[in-house]
Every structure is written in structure tokens, then in C-alpha cells.
Design a protein around this ligand. Structure first.
Ligand code: HEC
Ligand code: HEC
Length: 416
């Protein structure tokens, strides 16, 4: 097995080299955060407020973290401090939307794991909602393809979709954004520092990609136990949960685990039955829905009334919408499961609020319609098994999320 060189600076204050899965790391062991602590607090980051956040981001982009493979940067877009700084600036700038109200960070909120905890489906300019949940951007640089339906292979090109989507940033064209940037002296200076040239479509994509590839978050308790051989890094329930994940519950056939790292995704698309189940519900809605008016105050409201004041919910055929091949109906990309305790709500439409609900779905074996993947079948898991699986998923949270949020907020966006 090849030696992995990785920096543990933020956890242990030293850098080490490990060979194989059982190398000792340090004499002292600070327990990394537990994913059941559902908070991300930038103020807890040791270097919060430091001016050299971009240096930290660059280091992270070029070093390999425990549990993760090395980040691969495209040959024509190596990361630099100037690009990462510019990418961050673009990511937080609400002026890059039609009416100056919406930035990337408003759907991918740093303090919410670079997703939106309160929204099942994303809401864009003027409150127009979409049909999908905003994925977390933590570790997004390792993913190919991108989007729930896998329709874009690269971060360099992905950003065009939200910039012009009517229910996201709603710009009339990307050229409109390029000319805005080239009329702003600060941006002209920053593009010049990063690329020696003014803003262009390619350069916007490269800077945003360089910033997003720095959002790396491994080093979880699971990684310390499984890849670094630290028996005390996790409790026994996590270890039992991992055995189920690899065995009886059959999760790892799609959420794959390699020998010396794990992204928990096969980077592929499957019909888990979930999309079909949601479409059945859309076509046959319940007669009434429960609405919460205040804490502990619920009322049942006639569904026809709710429908009369809501935008119609669109069907979501998943991969079919990209290929128009009927065999691709209901297929969605396998999401990575790192930091999953911090990135709810879950699934492509965000309709499952808790990991427990996701585990119940799998235990049931999906709706079992004819096209459903044969890999999804009733599992016969006990409540205790589900507790263990949940503990395992909770052990995948990185200790670095506070610092990633602190870096993101270390400069005030201009937005004026
Ligand atoms: C209105 C909310 C919203 C805004 C604004 C927004 N996004 Fe997203 N983002 C989403 C949603 C929803 C998806 C999933 C869409 C899909 O799969 O069809 C997504 C997907 C992504 C993905 C793919 C992630 C993955 O796991 O495949 C990336 C990368 C991304 N957005 C980056 C950005 C960037 C960069 C910007 C700003 C230029 C931005 N987003 C603006 C809601 C938003
Ligand atoms: C056939 C492949 C496959 C198998 C087997 C599988 N998954 Fe998934 N998983 C997926 C796909 C595809 C999605 C996305 C579904 C969607 O969005 O509609 C998903 C979504 C999830 C999510 C939601 C993540 C998020 O960010 O929204 C979790 C959690 C999850 N799976 C855990 C598990 C666990 C635990 C098991 C084993 C009990 C398992 N999966 C088995 C393919 C699979």
C-alpha cells in the first residue's frame, strides 16, 4: 500500500506521514467532533479572523487528508491563493444575480454545511422555488459527475446553471455577469492578480472551482478508527454500524469504501425507488396536510387549499431528464456520505428530514417497482441495527467544519 502523506495540523499541530491503515499518529489524541453535535460555530475555529485564511485553503487543496484521496486539480487550473480569494469573493457576491439579492452562499450556507438546513427544495430570486435540494459543497471537488442527475462533469462549467436559472440567480445571460465584473475596478484588480487578465466566462469558472476544491473535510472519527487504526476514536456502536454498512445492510455496494480512503459514493446513478415513490405521492397527494403554526401547534389543512396557493410541484425524472433514455427514469447520483449528519434534509428533493427516515426507507426496501435497482431490497434490520447504522453515519463528521465556515466569513462581502 502506498504511503499517504497528510497534514493533521488543525487537529494535532503536527504533520505526519502514515503507511497503511494502522500507523500510529500522535501520542495525544483529541477526540474529533461527534456528528450528533448539530452545530457549526465559526468562532470555535482556532484561526478565525486570520488574514491568511486563503493560505490555509490552499494548503488544504494540495495536501491529502485522512480518509480522502488527493484532490485532483485540472492541469489548466492549478490552485493559487489569488484564485481561491477571487472564487470566495464571487461565491458570496449577491450582485451576481439579476436583482442583486442572491449569492451562491445563500443556498450553500457555510454555517449549515454549505447547504440549507431549513429548506427541502432550494428557493431562489423572488422566492421562486426549484424541485431539488441544494447539495452540500463539502468535498464537492472529489465528485464527478455533479448535480443530482449527474448532468455536468466539472466545477469549471457547473456555475453557469445557477447563474442563469430563473429560479436561482436569474441573470439574463452569463455575458451579463462578465460585463458587470469588468465594470468593477476591484474585480478587475482581482482577476488581474489571479489570471493576469480581465474577467471571462472561463476565468469565473476557474476561480469558483479553485475555491470550492478547497472545501475539503475528512479527518472524521471514523477515519481515525478505520484508516489510522485508533481503536478509541469511535464507540462500539459505530463499529457495529460500519459492519452492517459493509455487510447485511449492503450500503457499500453504492456508497463505496476503498482500501485507504473513502468517498462513500460510486460516482454513479441508481434507481433506489425513492424518486418513483415521490412521484406516486405527487400524483396522489393526501387529502389534508399537517401544518405547524407555532411550536407544538399543528392544524390539518385541506390539500386543495394548500395547492391553490403553492407553485405546482414539478415531476422529477432524474437522469432521464439528461439522456431522455427511458432506462434512466428515476435514476439519481449516489451522494457522498461524508459529514452527512450536518447536511440534511436528505435525498434529491430534501423530503426526508432525518438520517433515521433515510434508514427506514432502506430497511423497507423501497417501493419495489419493476425498474428499481436489484441492490435495494427489504433488509430486515432491527431497531438496534438502525441505531448502530445511525451512529456510524454520525461518525463521518469532520472536525474542520468550524474553520471552513470561519474562512468563508473572514471577509465581508461587498454587495453594495
Ligand atoms: C437558489 C439556490 C442556489 C443557488 C443560488 C446556487 N445553488 Fe448550487 N445548487 C443548488 C441546487 C438545488 C443544486 C442541485 C441541482 C440539481 O441537482 O439539479 C445545486 C448544485 C450545485 C453544485 C453541484 C453539487 C453536487 O453535489 O453535485 C455545485 C458545485 C453548486 N451548486 C455550486 C454553486 C455555485 C458556485 C453557485 C453560485 C454561482 C450556486 N451553486 C448557486 C442550489 C443553489
Ligand atoms: C443502489 C445503490 C444504493 C444503495 C444500495 C444504498 N444507497 Fe444510499 N443513496 C443512493 C442514491 C442514488 C441516493 C440518492 C437518492 C435520491 O436523491 O433520490 C442515496 C441517498 C442516500 C442518503 C441521503 C444522502 C443525502 O445527502 O441526501 C443516505 C444517508 C444514504 N443514501 C445512506 C445509505 C445507507 C445507510 C445505505 C444502506 C442501508 C444505502 N444508502 C444504500 C444509492 C444507494
Amino acid at each position: 500500500m502506498a504511503c499517504l502523506s497528510w497534514a493533521t495540523k488543525m487537529v494535532f499541530g503536527i504533520a505526519v506521514v502514515i503507511c497503511g491503515a494502522t500507523a500510529a499518529i500522535a501520542d495525544t489524541y483529541d477526540a474529533p467532533r461527534d456528528g450528533t453535535d448539530h452545530k457549526i460555530a465559526p468562532q470555535n475555529c482556532e484561526y478565525a479572523g486570520d488574514a491568511d485564511w486563503a493560505q490555509q485553503a490552499l494548503n488544504r487543496s494540495t495536501e491529502t487528508q485522512l480518509g480522502l484521496p488527493p484532490m485532483v486539480h485540472p492541469a489548466d487550473n492549478p490552485p493559487t491563493i489569488e484564485k481561491i480569494e477571487l472564487g470566495r469573493e464571487l461565491f458570496f457576491d449577491r450582485r451576481l444575480s439579476i436583482n442583486g439579492t442572491m449569492s451562491c452562499a445563500m443556498c450553500h450556507v457555510p454555517e449549515q454545511g454549505f447547504t440549507t438546513w431549513e429548506l427541502q427544495r432550494a428557493v431562489g430570486v423572488e422566492g421562486r422555488s426549484g424541485k431539488r435540494n441544494a447539495p452540500s459543497l463539502l468535498n464537492v471537488g472529489f465528485l464527478d459527475p455533479l448535480f443530482h442527475d449527474g448532468r455536468d462533469p466539472a466545477l469549471e462549467t457547473q456555475f453557469i446553471a445557477p447563474m442563469v436559472a430563473r429560479n436561482e440567480m436569474a441573470n439574463p445571460s452569463v455575458g451579463w455577469v462578465v460585463s458587470f465584473l469588468n465594470r468593477d475596478q476591484d474585480y478587475l484588480d482581482h482577476f488581474d492578480a489571479a489570471f493576469g487578465a480581465k474577467a471571462s466566462l472561463d476565468r469565473i469558472g476557474q476561480a469558483l472551482a479553485a475555491y470550492q476544491r478547497s472545501l475539503i473535510a475528512g479527518n472524521s472519527p471514523f477515519d481515525h478508527w478505520y484508516f489510522a487504526g485508533m481503536a478509541e476514536a469511535v464507540q462500539d456502536d459505530v463499529k457495529r454500524g460500519f459492519d452492517l454498512f459493509m455487510g447485511k445492510a449492503n450500503c457499500a455496494v453504492c456508497h463505496t469504501v476503498a482500501d485507504d480512503f473513502s468517498l462513500f459514493t460510486d460516482q454513479s446513478l441508481h434507481d433506489t425507488g425513492y424518486g418513483f415513490m415521490r412521484e406516486q405521492k405527487r400524483q396522489h397527494p393526501p387529502e389534508s396536510v399537517t401544518v405547524q403554526l407555532a411550536p407544538d401547534v399543528f392544524v390539518d389543512v385541506d390539500f386543495a387549499r394548500v395547492k391553490s396557493v403553492s407553485a405546482p410541484l414539478e415531476a422529477d425524472l432524474g437522469r432521464y431528464e439528461v439522456t431522455e433514455d427511458p432506462a434512466d427514469r428515476w435514476k439519481f447520483r449516489t451522494p457522498n456520505l461524508r459529514n452527512v449528519a450536518m447536511t440534511g434534509p436528505y435525498m434529491h428533493d430534501g423530503a426526508l428530514n432525518t438520517l433515521r427516515a433515510v434508514l427506514d426507507f432502506y430497511n423497507m426496501g423501497g417501493p419495489g417497482h419493476p425498474e428499481q435497482s436489484p441492490l435495494i431490497a427489504p433488509l430486515g434490520l432491527s431497531e438496534a441495527n438502525i441505531d448502530d447504522l445511525e451512529a456510524f453515519l454520525n461518525s463521518l463528521t469532520s472536525p474542520d467544519l468550524d474553520c471552513l465556515a470561519a474562512e468563508a466569513r473572514s471577509l465581508r462581502p461587498k454587495n453594495n
